[in-house]
Write a protein that binds this ligand. Structure first.
Ligand code: GTP
Ligand code: MG
Length: 301
């Protein structure tokens, strides 16, 4: 994660505050500063609603505040940190591990998202993470739609030494998931991860089908996998997915190649659902546990 773009843009807006001549920041001066900042935030792919939330928080904290000479940057940075704290949700992957370990029944996790967002890769990375934590899992090849999807999952299964439950292409995705859950129950496997086919959030038929899979499988967790590079579009995607198959946490992928960072901020603000992991590359180890304070530091310091 680099965030060079956003960081640079935010710093540029400080020049406006540095010109503050009166002791206390007036509404007029704030508006001038925020106009510059708003543009930077928009350019960084942060959704408009999220920008409004940031504005509200900054307004409350900064208007009427004494801006001491030499401390302008520090004061604004602190206010921005607080604004981002309000926008981002906390997530706790350690708690998830504990819950999995304590559960008598297999924990079923279903992954949803648009085409190519990184679902299958993320499942393999999470399987690797679970394995490192001595937790067994089975993968359900429920993308029976896209050519070579089953082989792709099997390749990961082989590399990680993890079983993949599959049927033929074109078969019912829910039936594959059902078999994988039965397998996990019979063998005492702790986690079932369901790889669904990518679909456009605008395709009502395909979204309804996803809802059907969810109804049959009744997963413990639904995970939305979003591609950080799609920027603002990921916000529409996550809202629609959250309406059809409400999700419990999100994973944002390709953050290693996303300079802007807007998607990470907007997804959890738009849905109220936390981001749990960030995909940071193409290797199994390239999965970071989302850490709110660490991200805020990365963006602002
Ligand atoms: N750089 C980078 N590439 C990633 C990351 N996650 C996934 N990818 C790449 O993104 C591409 C698509 O990943 P998949 O896991 O196949 O995506 P998917 O959502 O399963 O795709 P469909 O099943 O076709 O909908 C692959 O080339 C992955 O290697 C990431 O965090 N960083
Ligand atoms: Mg896939």
């Amino acid at each position: 994660m680099v965030f060079g773009f956003l960081k640079k843009k935010i710093k540029e807006t400080f020049d406006v505050v540095k010109k503050v001549t009166e002791k206390k920041l007036t509404k007029k001066e704030f508006d001038k500063f925020f106009d510059a900042l708003e543009f930077s935030l928009l350019e960084s792919n942060i959704a408009y609603d999220t920008i409004l939330a940031i504005r509200e928080s900054l307004e409350k904290e900064l208007i009427g505040k004494e801006i001491k000479r030499g401390l302008q940057e520090k004061i604004i940075m602190n206010a921005l940190k607080n604004a981002l704290r309000g926008v981002l949700k906390e997530s706790d992957s350690t708690k998830l591990l504990q819950e999995i370990k304590a559960s008598k029944e297999p924990i079923v996790i279903m992954f949803v998202g648009t085409n190519g967002s990184g679902k299958t890769t993320t499942i393999a990375k999470i399987a690797y993470w679970l394995k490192k934590n001595n937790i067994s899992c089975v993968l359900a090849a429920c993308d029976t739609f896209r050519a070579a999807s089953i082989e792709q999952l099997e390749k990961h299964g082989k590399a990680l030494g993890i079983k993949v439950v599959k049927h033929k292409y074109g078969s019912d995705a829910a039936a594959v998931a059902y078999d994988a859950i039965e397998h996990a129950k019979a063998k005492g496997i702790k986690v079932v991860m369901i790889d669904t086919a990518g679909r456009s959030h605008a395709n009502t038929n395909l979204m309804n089908e996803l809802e059907k899979i969810k109804r049959v499988v009744n997963p413990d967790y639904v995970v939305f996998v979003g591609d950080a590079l799609t920027g603002n579009d990921v916000v529409d995607q996550c809202k629609t997915f959250n309406d059809v198959t409400p999700f419990d946490f999100a994973v944002l992928t390709k953050t290693d190649v996303d300079e802007k960072g807007g998607a990470i901020l907007s997804v959890s603000h738009a849905t109220g659902v936390p981001v749990m992991f960030l995909g940071t590359g193409q290797l199994y180890k390239d999965l970071e546990q989302f850490d709110k304070e660490k991200l805020i530091k990365l963006i602002l310091e």
